[in-house]
Unconditional design. Sequence first.
Lengths: 190, 219
Amino acid sequence: MADTLPASWKTYRKPSRRYERYKMKALALNTSGTSIDSDQIKRLLPNNGDEVEFINTSDMKIAHCIGCNQCWLKTPGICAIKDDYETIVKRLVQVRDLWIISDTRFGFLDFKGKRVLDRIMPMLNMYLEFRDGWMRHQLRYHILNVGIIYQGHGDQALLAEWCERASHNLGGRSLGVFAIHNGKEAAPCM
Amino acid sequence: MHVVIINGSPRVKKFSNTDKIIQAFVQGLQEGEATYELYSLSNRGEWDAAREAYLTHDRTIIAVPLYVECVPSLLLEFLESLPTERTHPGELSFILHSGFSEGHQLRMGERFLQSLPAQLGCTFGGCLVHGNSFTIRLSQPKEVESIVKPYIAMGRSFASHGNFLTKEATKFTGPERYPWLLRQLVEKLLKTKVSKRFEIFAQEWGCTRPLDDKPYQES
């Protein structure tokens, strides 16, 4: 993974061994209200998801990002909305891979799936820079790679491009976009 | 012509950049003798009326800021509450804006919006794409006026054509990417003047920590 780190992150500080162990872990946010068999999901993930921590967000209190910018300009890194997402941000600081498990609408993630990405703003800071030829906000902590597992009628090409772009905003790469068909078969689509 | 305008920004109306853009846009609409009604999704109390207006009028514009390469989840929730078929014909147009200036930053969001009307039983009336809106909230009224002023002409254009499927709407985006030399200049400004400006804003907001603070960093 070291070669994927941007220069600014490499020089930030040498990660401790304990920290590197954390980095090997991934977080999966299951935003789907319907039950998706976690074994199906695990089969899609590296090492059968052994190093993935699953959080079911469907019974958590998570509000929409309201774009107040307080996490950038008033209380840097801390969201003004006090709800269950704070737990998620604290976990994101400790992982490198983020999986979003979501239902779909309009060929895209449904609002619950998109909502957990909209709230990720505290992982970036206000400062701007050019990375990969794109103006982007600086990473507050480290890179994050994002992957999508969806069920329903997702537009595979749209989701793949979106995941790629969202990951790059977080300094990472797309982990892939995978469909679960009929709640029975898991099929990799990348 | 009558236009239903839905502000899809989750930010409260008072601080909404989208609302300031809409106010300039409707000035142009009215100059072109069109009428409008406006609903803001940041106020849940307006959702039922917004839905009703969208279903009973033939022309709707959804104005929205770019959130993580697409539209905000709040707007998705509203859209999910709409019927996928309608008895009354409808055309759906969009104003998509972003803090980033270069047009290519908004293309993913535009792509999603292009695919949306057909899934709601509407025709697509085009998407007005424009960046450079981040500082609206942080600027003095005179400066805000100058940032949103170009939208007045787009309002007049919409009143005249009824959609954004025009050459002037396409050109309105501005540069897709900055030329190399300008980019070098912008990069320098980001590291100096722009960063300083953000820090001054933060101080004004009562911020007591560095902007690149890491509150959850392990020790």
